[in-house]
Design a protein around this ligand. Structure first.
Ligand code: CAA
Length: 284
């Protein structure tokens, strides 16, 4: 398939980051949010991110202008009708995603690939509401998408080899390193990462060390770029809770049972960086 136009559905941190990555890679991008205001706000955030890269000397002004001009922010889902690949990055809720996939099935061209950026949910559950499920797969970017080099290409039981190959080539064309993985909760990274993050919360709950010292220990002791609690804040505590719940649902392994503090913080509206506070504060 000659891939030219990418549709992104959802304008959270991931939708915004993936749109930026695709536009910089030379694709036309249709960024769809539920409202035109949200779509415009996401475009403004991308504009700010690109401007920062120009300021830091990481991007030429001409490249910034070209990338921005390549993104069309829309609210009408029908605008995705001529996209070659559509990647959804909406809330990690299976019912919401299944409803969206049924809509995308009506709207998208028959030969378009419909992908999910889900972190953990079963791709087959989304593929099964589409008439030709061989074109459905996972294309999983990491946060922050413009920086992290990995894309997990997730092949469901029904995904065709052609779709996997197209997704692999697409990820490479975005400057990412793709890995191919089966449709099992957590794929590779989250299956390994989240027991670690969850156990970091439990260490804090058990009073073994302060939040600051837990993070310092893993940065200074293991060379990780961020400590586990700061990383949870970056991913989003609501997203982290959904990931752990999906993992626990699939494996019933106590390592995946969400630490109570995580649930409490989410109930309190403390969702991490995006809400201004989580384990740490980000106001001001
Ligand atoms: N968009 C674009 N560029 C960004 C960015 C963003 N959101 N955030 C940081 N950057 C860029 C900066 O501009 C900077 O670029 P240059 O070096 O070219 O100037 C570079 O990244 C480093 O940024 P900073 O100097 O501001 O900060 P840092 O050195 O502390 O790095 C970080 C920040 C890249 C986030 C780093 O701490 C890191 O790699 N953390 C780990 C992140 C991680 O593990 N992500 C995976 C999460 S799991 C996941 O995503 C899976 C899932 O399904 C939930």
């Amino acid at each position: 398939m000659n891939v030219k136009r990418i549709g992104i559905v959802g304008s959270g941190i991931m939708g915004s980051g993936i749109s930026e990555v695709c536009a910089k890679a030379g694709y036309e991008v249709v960024l769809r949010s539920r409202t035109q205001e949200k779509a415009a706000a996401t475009l403004a955030a991308i504009e700010k991110s690109l401007a920062k890269q120009v300021e830091r000397g990481k991007l030429e002004e001409a490249e910034r202008e070209k990338a921005l001009a390549a993104i069309k922010a829309v609210s009408n889902i029908k605008e995705l009708s001529d996209c070659d690949i559509v990647i959804e990055s909406v809330i990690e809720d299976l019912d919401t995603k299944r409803e969206l996939f049924a809509h995308l099935d009506d709207v998208c061209r028959d030969d378009a690939i419909i992908a999910t950026n889900t972190s953990t949910l079963p791709v087959i559950e989304m593929a099964s509401v589409v008439r030709n499920p061989e074109r459905v797969l996972g294309i999983h970017f990491f946060n922050p998408a413009p920086v992290m080099g990995l894309v997990e290409v997730v092949a469901a039981l029904t995904t065709s080899e052609e779709a996997v190959e197209t997704a692999r080539m697409f990820a490479e064309s975005c400057g990412k390193e793709p890995v191919i993985v089966k449709d099992q909760a957590g794929f590779i990274v989250n299956a390994l990462l989240f027991p670690y993050l969850n156990n970091a919360i439990k260490l804090f709950e058990n009073g073994v060390a302060s939040m600051e010292d837990i993070d310092t220990a893993m940065k200074a002791g293991c060379g990780f770029p961020m400590g586990p609690l700061a990383l949870l804040d970056l991913v989003g505590l609501d997203t982290s809770l959904s990931i752990l719940e999906a993992l626990y649902d699939e494996f019933r392994d106590p390592n995946y049972a969400p630490a109570p503090t995580l649930r409490r913080l989410v109930s309190a509206g403390k969702l991490g960086r995006k809400s201004g506070s989580g384990f740490f504060d980000y106001q001001g």
